[in-house]
Design a protein around this ligand. Structure first.
Ligand SMILES: *[C@@H]1O[C@H](CO)[C@@H](O)[C@H](O)[C@H]1NC(C)=O
Ligand SMILES: *[C@@H]1O[C@H](CO)[C@@H](O)[C@H](O)[C@H]1NC(C)=O
Ligand SMILES: *[C@@H]1O[C@H](CO)[C@@H](O)[C@H](O)[C@H]1NC(C)=O
Ligand SMILES: *[C@@H]1O[C@H](CO)[C@@H](O)[C@H](O)[C@H]1NC(C)=O
Ligand SMILES: *[C@@H]1O[C@H](CO)[C@@H](O)[C@H](O)[C@H]1NC(C)=O
Length: 391
């Protein structure tokens, strides 16, 4: 959660930006956010407003006021259930997904499923009166609250699948035993979730993509951090690394706030960006990585092992801290690349054929879950969520 983007196609930048701010342990930050540049209390897919982490904190803090959903009378529901299911079958060209709560308050529209993902026939609703008609119910982990108790008492229509959505790492998500055997599907950054939505993807370059050019650089190594925690491995590594190489560090901790606009200029202007994750988990690489790749900055990663990264991004597109015995050796390598352009440019060879794009938070999960439910009508139970996700 420490950054924002620019360059490339404007839309993708926006997607990245949104993601960027919506993840990464935002809610476990140890500071009170400064609200000075809060400009987007509600994020809208149609206007492409982006949401900063401050904004998200704001949303969370004000969530109780912003959510006002109908509480159903379950007795009534039971009586109406058969009727509704029949109705759904008659009118039901669409796969209905009930969004239990808008993820982090971020609302989105089913109309975007077709143009963005080529997925047709999805209908999203936040009207809980449509519970019995819904083919799927999407639950965002961080927005599951005390209403769970009520939820559990609710009869589950036989055709309905409950989808568990979460993009935070286990460290940044509270374990809840009660969730164990509730869900039918998972949608998550993990490759082994049912509906996989990574933070970003490497795609084949299309004709619409402009030929890639390394953007002009006036900084060597940059880091933007909003969640400064001295106990995080990344902070220790940073501290050691900065003894051997100059790092342009931004964020509250350094008294150098970065606005969205600034972020768009800063990131591409750095030769290297420290894409250091706040917690280390398989498949957990966030917008820090994909933004750097997209704008043309070489990411230096701290996260799961290199092999894991190489399952998702080209091996020559990034530098892994584990490639070096010590931070000092890494610093020397970066300094060497600084003076050796042909070697530095090698890190962009992959851009001749590929581009990087961030995922769309919330809407991508909902559209892809809808598609999955549409195409997989069978019975499915996801056993023991806690063991799977938290280990
Ligand atoms: C909603 O308000 C209740 C009572 O004030 C509080 O316990 C709960 O944490 C709040 N929920 C959220 C999501 O802020
Ligand atoms: C929730 O919505 C109902 C019906 O629209 C309204 O009467 C009520 O005042 C709302 N409650 C809050 C807390 O906004
Ligand atoms: C719920 O609906 C049933 C059947 O229509 C009715 O008898 C009951 O009073 C309702 N309960 C509440 C709390 O509204
Ligand atoms: C919610 O759905 C119910 C049942 O389909 C409908 O009667 C009601 O008007 C809807 N409410 C809103 C706010 O759309
Ligand atoms: C979904 O999972 C629940 C809980 O394990 C199970 O009771 C239900 O039958 C499942 N439904 C479908 C359609 O797979």
């Amino acid at each position: 959660m420490e950054s924002k983007t620019s360059v490339g196609s404007f839309q993708h930048v926006l997607l990245l930006l949104f993601l960027l701010f919506c993840f990464g342990g935002v809610f476990y930050t140890y500071y009170k956010p400064a609200m000075s540049w809060l400009s987007c209390p509600i994020v809208s897919a149609s206007t492409h407003k982006i949401c900063t982490d401050e904004c998200l904190n704001f949303l969370t803090e004000n969530y109780n006021q912003s959510v006002n959903s109908t509480v159903l009378n379950y007795t009534k529901v039971n009586q109406q259930q058969q009727q509704l299911i029949t109705k759904a079958a008659v009118t039901g060209a669409n796969t209905i997904i009930l969004i239990w709560r808008w993820p982090f308050g971020y609302k989105f529209d089913d109309k975007a499923c077709s143009p963005k993902f080529g997925i047709e026939g999805c209908q999203f609703t936040d009207n809980r009166s449509q519970y019995d008609e819904a083919h799927g119910v999407l639950f965002h982990h961080r927005d599951i609250t005390t209403d769970l108790e009520t939820l559990l008492k609710r009869p589950r229509p036989p055709h309905q699948k409950w989808v568990w959505m979460n993009m935070e790492s286990p460290d940044n998500s509270g374990r809840q035993t009660v969730l164990n055997d509730l869900f039918n599907l998972t949608t998550n950054y993990r490759r082994d979730s049912d509906v996989w939505v990574p933070y970003g993807r490497i795609l084949s370059a299309s004709e619409e993509d402009k030929p890639f050019k390394i953007p002009p650089k006036d900084k060597l190594v940059c880091w933007i951090v909003s969640n400064w925690n001295p106990y995080f491995r990344r902070v220790k590594y940073f501290t050691e690394l900065s003894r051997y190489i100059k790092i342009e560090a931004y964020g509250r901790h350094f008294n150098r706030y970065v606005s969205n606009e600034n972020y768009k200029t800063i990131l591409p202007s750095c030769k290297f960006y420290l894409a250091f994750e706040n917690s280390i988990y398989k498949d957990y690489f966030t917008e820090k990585l994909f933004n750097s790749l997209e704008v043309g900055t070489v990411p230096v990663v701290l996260g799961p092992p290199r092999e894991n990264y190489e399952e998702f991004i080209p091996p020559d597109s990034f530098i892994h801290i584990d490639d070096f015995k010590t931070p000092q050796e890494l610093a020397e390598h970066l300094k060497f690349l600084d003076t050796n352009s042909p070697m530095y440019e090698q890190y962009f060879n992959w851009r001749q054929h590929f581009t990087a794009h961030g995922s769309l938070f919330g809407i991508e999960h909902a559209c892809r879950s809808c598609e999955h439910i549409k195409n997989n009508k069978g019975f499915r139970v996801f056993k023991n969520l806690n063991k799977w996700f938290w280990g």
